[in-house]
Design a protein around this ligand. Structure first.
Ligand SMILES: O=C(O)CCC(=O)C(=O)O
Ligand SMILES: [Fe+2]
Length: 357
């Protein structure tokens, strides 16, 4: 699904060239070695489709872009005339809704039995966000019988039970050599969490034998409502799983096709939160030149049918321009949200919801 079997060949594709064009580059460091991604290069963004600008202009649309007439949906939906099955719903979520889903993404979504990229290293971690707000540290404990450990998990394939627990900074023994990580650092290291049926990244498939909860009702209701433009009226979209992606300033998601779900007529409902990004929508091979577009906090994208066979990815996150998230920033200005605000000012979260069977 993700990545390319032959990196040298991938370099030569139109998709790879677009990724390189938009990604963030660091200037060379003191020793002259080129580092990647730190200072924005500026870059030519003139070809990036900005659906919000089209919405504001309210005039004639550029060639190749259409408005979808979706009876009863009640909000604008854009599409590309030559890419059926792809729908863009600008500003689908209110600022309140965005704040709600950002909080959920950092508090409840990474909770066991949901797995995250940290699970394979540390075992299940409960209440990571609370620990981060309280400046706690996760430490490896000697006593495997300790009742406070997070040993029970490990559902995940190819992992050994781990014994880690959160402690106060004052409890850390000076000079003691043990594996440890600040909870704040761990939140920054979150890359993905999986809700509902658990996606096993090592096998790149859903592993129904892993313990899981149903995806939250509110998320399922939202996804069903937003899936309408991509659904024939007689059919039903049944949200069964979600992958939550967490992006820091220099993260990107390489071109891929999501092909692990049974019925490709059903959409992937993909919610953007936090910093703006560039999303590339390509063709059925990497050789087709992808279309670049901005995704902002509150935008929702649907990919169904033919669009599900298209390569797509996220080559760039914009953390330097806070203009786009000013409403979020003021909404999250309360003391309780201080940690969340610091996080989201430099991050993007994507929640994509899928029907697996
Ligand atoms: O972050 C995004 O907008 C896209 C995520 C995605 O394509 C995926 O998780 O499969
Ligand atoms: Fe994807």
């Amino acid at each position: 699904m993700y990545g390319s079997p032959d990196p040298a060949a991938a370099e030569r594709t139109a998709f790879r060239r677009a990724e390189k064009q938009y990604k963030l580059y660091k200037p060379p460091n003191a020793k002259g070695r080129a580092r990647t991604r730190s200072t924005p290069t500026g870059g030519d963004l003139s070809a990036v489709v900005d659906f919000h600008a089209l919405l504001a202009a309210d005039g004639e649309l550029p060639a190749g872009i259409g408005r979808c007439d979706c009876a009863g949906f009640g909000r604008p939906v854009f599409c590309f005339l030559d890419r059926p099955g792809f729908y863009f719903i600008p500003g689908a979520l209110s600022t309140d809704e965005q704040c709600y889903w950002i909080r959920e993404s950092l508090s409840t979504f990474p909770q066991p039995p949901n797995r995250t990229n940290l699970t394979a290293i540390y075992g299940s971690i409960s209440d990571l966000l609370i620990a981060a707000k309280n400046q706690k540290t996760l430490v490896e404990v000697d006593n495997p019988d300790s009742q406070e450990t997070n040993q029970q998990n490990n559902s995940g394939a190819n992992t050994q039970p781990k014994n880690f627990k959160f402690v106060e900074e004052s409890e850390l023994q000076k000079g003691e050599v043990c594996r440890s990580a600040a909870a704040t650092t761990l939140v920054r290291k979150l890359r993905w969490s999986t809700l509902g049926l658990q996606f096993d990244w090592s096998k790149r498939n859903y592993n129904v034998s892993l313990p899981h909860n149903k995806i939250p009702d509110a998320l399922a209701i939202l996804a069903k409502k937003m899936a309408i433009p991509a659904m024939p009226s007689e059919k039903e979209f049944k949200p069964e799983a979600a992958i939550v992606n967490y992006y820091g300033p220099s993260d990107m998601l390489g071109g891929h096709v999501d092909d692990m779900e049974k019925d490709w007529t059903k959409p992937i409902v993909s919610i953007s939160l936090g910093c703006k990004c560039i999303f590339l929508l390509g063709g059925k091979t990497r050789d087709e030149v992808p279309t670049a577009m901005f995704l902002r906090s509150g935008d929702i994208v649907l990919m169904a049918g033919e669009a599900r066979e298209r390569f797509h990815g996220v080559p760039r996150i914009f953390t330097e321009d806070q203009q786009d998230i000013s409403a979020l920033v003021s909404q999250l200005s309360g003391e309780d949200d201080r940690f969340i605000l610091d996080y989201i000012k430099n991050s993007r979260i994507n929640i994509n919801i899928r029907q697996v069977y």
